[in-house]
Ligand binder design. Sequence first.
Ligand code: DQA
Length: 150
Amino acid sequence: MTARILCISGPNLQLLGTRQPDVYGRVTLPEIHARLATRGRALGVEVEARQTNHEGTIVDWIGSAPAEGVAGLLLNPGAYTHTSIAILDALSGVALPCVEVHLSNPDAREPFRRRSRVAKACFARVAGFGADSYELALEGLARRIAASRA
Ligand code: DQA
């Protein structure tokens, strides 16, 4: 059965392409989603990608992922990375394999970005590769899911 992967991007990531291009690059979120779909097909997984600016919606999407047959998560929580215990709890609650994704390298930026609240519930983090972070994270997650099914 083809593994389903849910990619969730959080607040302000709908602005990619024009938002601080020196930090986040010029690739738009629809372009990233298209790349994930293409790369997913090559890897033999199905990727559904969503974006929301609302913390509770991220919590809802994570909570309903197992019932939707999702096998793993790619998650860029945006600024909620640094604040959201609700998202941490949602991830811990569903216990799906999750990769934390960032376009920038938060550790190399302001001190308040150095703490990730969600890291504890993620098995890996890919950060600092711009739009490529998403594809690299997908590759790692697909491998992890394949290994767990072997
Ligand atoms: C981000 C990093 C966060 O610190 C920031 O709040 C974002 C984007 C990234 O992808 O680099 O919104 O998650």
